[in-house]
Design a binder for this molecule. Structure first.
Ligand SMILES: NC(=O)c1ccc[n+]([C@@H]2O[C@H](COP(=O)([O-])OP(=O)(O)OC[C@H]3O[C@@H](n4cnc5c(N)ncnc54)[C@H](O)[C@@H]3O)[C@@H](O)[C@H]2O)c1
Length: 344
């Protein structure tokens, strides 16, 4: 079984399809062979060895394989991918199939956006995070020595294909990273999604329901002027925790802690009801997401929040839950208030 929905981008006047199903990639590639002169897969070594060993032979298509991990979101990897595209003779009528988590999606999507000023590409997300979040919305990019995602482009794929087969061997830690983002989607858009998520996070419906939340938001606001900011729930604190922990805390876990601490701020400011605050804490608990964290250096932790590139001024901005599943507010919170509430 598979389900497909259309993603329409008002800002770009374009649309593409998001499909989720089991064992659907092979069939899609077979069909694409009639349309495109050349097809290249870009993936990482882990995904390649687990799932893509026979793709080259079965489909007679080339593969570009990069190292797994955040360090691949670099100028060097981008250059390597672009040179491989040239070596394989990709032209404007070629297709790049990006098979991977957010790292491969970001760097290879960026490569597709600049190669010959942009060629067709598909996102084939292989982590839960990528299926419900990073593959959707057209953000591609790499890190520079000055920070994360500082070079990139908004560039939409021609298709997103979430093939559930890739979740079979996804490590538990990566499942939890995805769960934190999926819970965030429940908090933004629909509390009712939580039960299904707890029961079977890797099911077709859980993935589709969660992806739909992001799709609806980016359809309205791809350039992050308004609604897309709601997706930052938990993230102002999460980014500071990642830095405070010297990146020992994984992004998903930092998001779970961020959701908890930001709910505390919302409650401390009198913006969220006690029962809703408790609902948020219980939800994290039910999903088995750990939220214990002791801030190592409070002063630099605050500085990290002030310096976040998403703040217009040096005052931390939060997407705070006001009513779970119904209302989010994007607000600046003073350093005094943050300090008082988090130290209470
Ligand atoms: N573009 C966006 O809008 C957006 C949004 C959120 C996050 N991101 C980016 O996404 C990146 C994180 O992505 P991620 O969480 O998917 O991590 P990832 O891409 O680093 O993948 C995590 C690990 O899981 C492995 N892996 C991937 N799929 C697998 C599978 N099916 N089975 C077994 N192992 C598998 C990978 O090799 C890697 O080691 C960050 O760089 C972040 O900045 C981008």
């Amino acid at each position: 079984m598979k389900k497909t929905i259309k993603v329409r981008h008002r800002n770009f006047g374009s649309s593409y399809k998001y499909t989720v199903g089991r064992d659907i990639l092979r069939n899609e590639i077979s069909k694409a062979k009639n349309k495109y002169r050349k097809i290249v897969i870009v993936t990482d070594e882990t995904i390649d060895s687990l799932y893509l060993n026979d793709f080259e032979n079965d489909f007679e298509i080339a593969k570009v394989v990069i190292k797994p991990g955040e360090q691949s979101k670099s100028f060097q990897t981008l250059e390597y991918i672009l040179n491989e595209f040239s070596r394989f003779g990709l032209k404007r009528n070629s297709l790049v199939v990006v098979v991977g988590g957010g790292v491969v999606g970001d760097v290879a999507g960026f490569a597709a956006s600049v190669y010959m000023r942009g060629i067709d590409f598909w996102q084939v997300p292989t982590t839960l995070v990528a299926m419900v979040d990073s593959a959707i919305g057209g953000k591609t990019g790499i890190n520079t020595e000055y920070g994360k995602n500082l070079a990139g482009a908004f560039y939409n794929p021609k298709k997103i294909i979430s093939d559930l087969i890739f979740l079979d061997k996804l490590p538990e830690k990566e499942v939890k990273n995805g769960l934190a983002e999926m819970f965030k989607h429940c908090l933004i858009a629909d509390k009712k999604l939580l039960d299904g998520l707890i029961e079977n996070p890797k099911s077709l419906d859980s993935v589709l329901n969660s992806a739909k939340v992001k799709i609806k938001i980016v359809e309205k606001d791809v350039l992050e002027k308004k609604e897309r900011k709601y997706l930052n729930v938990g993230h102002t604190i999460a980014h500071a925790i990642e830095k405070d922990s010297n990146f020992e805390i994984a992004h998903g876990q930092a998001v779970a802690i961020g959701i908890m601490l930001e709910a505390q701020i919302s409650y401390g400011l009198g913006l969220v009801k006690k029962s809703d605050y408790e609902y948020i804490l219980a939800g994290l608990n039910k999903l088995g997401l750990e939220t214990d964290y002791t801030i190592r250096n409070f002063e630099s932790f605050i500085e990290f929040m002030r310096a976040d590139k998403k703040n217009a001024e040096a005052v931390p901005t939060f997407a705070l839950v006001i009513v779970p599943g119904k209302k989010i507010a994007v607000l600046e919170v003073s350093i005094d208030n943050i300090t008082k509430i988090l130290n209470a």
